[in-house]
Design a protein around this ligand. Sequence first.
Ligand code: NAD
Length: 263
Amino acid sequence: MHGRLEGKVCIITGAARGMGEATARLFASEGANVALGDVMVSEGTSVAEDIGGNAFFQKLDVSDDESWKSFVEVVISKFGTIDVLINNAGLVHFTPIEHFNPDDAEKILGVNTVGPMLGAKHVTPFMKAAQKGSIVNISSVDGLRGCNGLTLYTASKWALRGLTKSLAYELGTSGIRVNSLHPGGVNTPMGNARGLPADQLAHAFCRVPLQRIGEPNEIANASLFLASDEASYITGAELAVDGGWGAGYYQPVLPGAPDGLTP
Ligand SMILES: NC(=O)c1ccc[n+]([C@@H]2O[C@H](COP(=O)([O-])OP(=O)(O)OC[C@H]3O[C@@H](n4cnc5c(N)ncnc54)[C@H](O)[C@@H]3O)[C@@H](O)[C@H]2O)c1
């Protein structure tokens, strides 16, 4: 049976856990050869071993140019080409603006924004040679709107959305598609850092139209579509996978509220 990514070589960053891990597992099950990159070496190695023969793990710090160079060299030596890059590795950061520390900016922007730029830099020569490729940048619902206390994270994820659209123009003539994916809250070590049980999670997500947190596989499924040839005419797009969280806001309907045309 042929999978939706049969024979494609896919790099997934931040693949040691969370939605990167789910993406690596799903892509492999769809016939891809998967290269997992992460700074968490033992976790990443066990995920790749568990996936089996068409997967391998190699240490990658996405914020480091040299680390990308060595990573891509290994991918090419093992698989010979690169079809898909999922720029998933990321760090979250909460702080009121009065406590803003420029060192944090270097770290967060280095991983969340410069990381995907470096990834694109290093895979582009191989994708150009093949005149095809798909790059998916995992931004956030916070790359579509603002949120108090999340200024630095939000800035990093909006930047990634802008980077996506510029790259779509820069690389489209070489057959390379570049899209951004915008998860809402997702049940991962990042999205549920306090390990809240289901009932408390449901309460925390009551403002989301679908009334619940997302699961890593629901994000992986959207990446699968954008990575695959099914999305062959989609580039420069932003896909929200957020249960509707970024779509607007819920207005409480109060007793006596106007119904129909107001005078
Ligand atoms: N979980 C959510 O609610 C949520 C919502 C919106 C967007 N996102 C985004 O989705 C992506 C995945 O998030 P997640 O929830 O799976 O997070 P996670 O913390 O569970 O996993 C992130 C992975 O990235 C890796 N990583 C961190 N710095 C790295 C670096 N310098 N180089 C390589 N790998 C590095 C971590 O080791 C980890 O394995 C992130 O970009 C995140 O910002 C998450």
